[in-house]
Design a binder for this molecule. Structure first.
Ligand code: IPD
Ligand code: CA
Length: 273
């Protein structure tokens, strides 16, 4: 990897190739898509997931001499003679259920890091594939939506806040009671079904916070949104308020609370038991 590698350019090329390669799946009766097997992250893999991953790998191979792919679908794959020179963590389609049901909220998420460790992510892209909106970030350079700088919400009142909450199909009897104080005090609760994109919504201030303490979300879904939120000026920690320190591995699960600002974050931490 040369010091001059223009990561944003490569990530945008990946996005464009994903958009081109998944088009046939969007035009056909996508609800009928067969399951191809289980992806490395443990979920059923659909043809559209694989098409998106292949599109990303195709561009990476054209633009890089070597890299390690960390994908929700194919797992960890090494390319070139020195694959440890960079790690590309991808969720080719975040929100596959939405896509196959034609619910207009699904994304591609790509994060680049120096090590297979979340804290070393330095370049990121999340594209809303339905609305054709792209969020990007480079470490130390802020976060952008379609090239325009974004900032999270300064809102601190829970009563007025819109907070994303993922309670999707996992240990809900244990998790829901830990969130009831937060739900009670929050004006508006949402969940759209593509967590990478929901982190970008916090980064852009469309929502005020996003909470997923299930322990079900894979780090592949979060890696890019993590940098975008941090670069926008938002806050993201474990439910205990600690920095997220985790390996980038398709099987690695993560719990987190993400907020637009410190003040709101502290209130949420205090309400989640
Ligand atoms: C899913 C979405 C969804 C979340 C699931 C994830 P996928 O990602 O992010 O919002 O509730 O836990 O698995 O499977 O479509 O990449
Ligand atoms: Ca996925």
């Amino acid at each position: 990897m040369s010091a001059k590698t223009d990561w944003l350019k490569i990530l945008i090329r990946c996005r464009d190739n994903v958009k081109a390669k998944i088009r046939p799946y969007l035009e056909s009766a996508t609800a009928q898509q067969p399951v191809l097997g289980t992806g490395a992250g443990g979920d059923p893999m659909k043809p559209v997931d694989l098409a998106a991953e292949n599109a990303i790998v195709e561009v990476l191979e054209q633009n890089l001499s070597a890299f390690t792919l960390v994908s929700e679908e194919s797992g960890v794959k090494e390319f070139g003679a020195n694959p440890a020179q960079c790690y590309v963590t991808v969720d080719p389609i975040d929100g596959t259920t939405n896509l196959v049901r034609r619910l207009p909220f699904y994304a591609t998420s790509i994060a680049v890091s120096t090590l297979p460790v979340l804290s070393t992510v330095f370049a990121a892209l999340v594209t809303d594939l339905f609305h054709d909106t792209t969020y990007t970030a480079m470490e130390g350079k802020g976060a952008y939506r379609d090239g325009k700088k974004i900032n999270p919400s300064p809102r601190t009142s829970l009563e007025d806040a819109v907070i994303g909450l993922d309670l999707n199909s996992y240990k809900v009897k244990a998790i829901a009671p830990r969130l009831s104080d937060l739900i009670e005090k929050t004006g508006h609760i949402r969940h759209f079904g593509a967590n990478a994109l929901e982190l970008c919504y916090v980064a852009e201030g469309l929502t005020d916070a996003f909470v997923d303490i299930r322990g079900k979300l894979r780090v592949t879904d979060l890696a890019a949104g993590y940098l975008i939120l941090k670069e926008a000026g938002g806050v993201i920690t474990t439910p205990e308020g600690l920095a997220l320190a985790t390996a980038l591995d398709p099987m690695q699960k993560i719990k987190f609370i993400a907020s637009g600002n410190e003040q709101l974050h502290k209130q949420i931490l205090g309400l989640v038991s």
